[in-house]
Design a protein around this ligand. Structure first.
Ligand code: HAM
Length: 421
């Protein structure tokens, strides 16, 4: 019986992990420059946390969560998104209490689980790099989150990204809009898709971003025309700051996002050429979420970007982070005494910070040198009885083919070293 990985998941093997690490480490570095602290939350949470925040009638809440009962009969759900767990941890760890005036900035890089139909760029386990600013009403915070993502994509070498922004209103103005939307679309229900017929009753805003019904939705009133004064001013200020920061954006009235917690600003980053899934990232403001999670009224804004989609876009653009440069040393032992000595040397070199390897199969010298060259080692060191007696190694530069005798004690100093820890 050969087991296969679950459908919609990926193995990240050593030959590709370098690209993953490049994106993760770059994200971590930029987030820290922007003043975000890393938060790591459990891989599963109380199911209710997701239902209350994301919403029961959204795609995620109604059909995409990996929910199970543990042995204590608690309903738990694998992390379905990153914002609600971050807010839960913010409250539970009193991150707001350190300083009442403090705006808390958090980032995460985490696996996310959604039971969706897998296809190119869409997985049942994907990974998100996300940032959250909790505690600020300022439009500058929305602009910071959008600018952060824009700058990160730029660092990743990606071009042709569209920044689409919209406002989904607030509890003061959104209900009036939803009412108008339903009145306008009631006569078109027969033409709308099955999902939109369901959304009409349970989550009407989501009709606006349905690709199948886009033509009919042209009749829909514009959310922008129904915003209250506060939401209108907020949107205008976000746009003004983005313009000042040179972030090109388009206002797109169909950006409503698939999670219930958004208020005011909603945005998405799109790119072509990575399969049918063009959303490279997305986010928005969530001024009611902390309260919904049991805390005091506290505003928030954030975004999440799919790591796999960044990798697909980089691959599409022919970008590669991992260098093909040679590194490290391969020790070739000739004879029994040299073999034991090589085993000692390889440990010493590794602890000194040099990638070093020996051949446990103990093949011929020719085979070992060929292997070392194919594996892109920078050097090979040949150690036989003569070298042992003299306390030297025969050091061969595998790029130039040059060979020289080097005293054993000087070997580590001749090689590029980067100690761990
Ligand atoms: P989201 O739009 O559901 O937002 O996901 C954010 C990003 O994750 C998407 O734009 C996409 O790049 C990636 N993504 C989502 N689902 C999949 C999937 N099945 N396979 C591969 N990639 C995927 C959120 O989750 C919000 N928590 C973002 C946020 C943070 N809003 C405020 N703060």
């Amino acid at each position: 019986m050969m087991y296969k990985r679950p459908i919609g998941t990926q193995d990240i093997t050593p030959d590709v992990v370098g690209e993953w690490r490049f994106v993760e480490e770059s994200f971590r570095c930029l987030a820290e420059r922007y003043g975000y602290g890393e938060i790591r939350t459990p891989i599963f949470e109380d199911t209710d946390l997701f239902l209350r925040s994301v919403g029961q009638d959204t795609d995620i809440g109604s059909k995409e969560m990996y929910t199970f009962e543990d042995r204590g009969k608690r309903s738990l759900t694998l992390r379905a998104e990153g914002t609600a767990p971050a807010v839960r941890a913010y409250l539970e760890n009193h991150l707001d209490k350190t300083d009442k005036e403090r705006v808390v900035k958090l980032f995460y890089i985490a696996p996310i689980f959604r039971y969706d139909r897998p296809q190119a760029g869409r997985y049942r386990q994907h990974h998100q790099c996300g940032i959250e600013i909790i505690g600020s009403h300022a439009p500058a915070a929305d602009a910071e989150v959008i600018t952060f993502a824009w700058n990160f994509y730029k660092l990743m070498g990606l071009t042709g990204i569209k920044v689409l922004i919209n406002s989904v209103g607030c509890p003061l103005c959104a209900p009036n809009y939803v009412q108008k939307l339903k009145e306008t679309m009631a006569s078109s229900l027969g033409n709308l898709c099955e999902d939109c017929n369901h959304r009409y009753h349970h989550n009407p805003l989501r009709m606006l971003d349905c690709k199948l019904c886009a033509d009919y939705m042209k009749r829909a009133p514009k959310l922008a025309d129904e915003l209250c004064g506060g939401c209108d001013e907020h949107m205008a200020a976000v746009k003004e700051i983005l313009t000042a920061l040179d972030v090109p954006f388009e206002v797109d009235h169909s950006i409503v996002r698939g999670l219930d917690y958004y208020t005011k600003t909603a945005f998405e980053f799109q790119i072509q050429g990575i399969g049918s899934q063009s959303a490279l990232g997305g986010g928005g403001r969530y001024d009611g979420l902390v309260e919904k999670c049991g805390g005091p009224h506290t505003p928030g804004v954030g975004m999440g970007m799919g790591l796999e989609r960044i990798l697909l876009a980089r691959e599409q653009a022919g970008l590669k982070a991992v260098s093909e440069e040679r590194k490290g040393i391969f020790l070739v032992a000739l004879g029994e005494a040299a073999w034991v000595e090589c085993l000692k040397m390889v440990q010493e070199l590794r602890m000194a910070g040099v990638p070093a390897e020996v051949d446990y199969r103990r093949r011929s010298m020719k085979a070992q040198l060929r292997f070392a060259d194919n594996e892109r080692f920078a050097y090979a060191a040949i150690i036989g009885d003569d070298e042992l007696a003299k306390g030297v190694v025969g050091l061969k530069d595998l790029e130039s083919g040059e060979q020289a005798e080097v005293a054993r004690g000087e070997l580590a100093g001749k090689l590029e070293a980067k100690p761990c820890g």
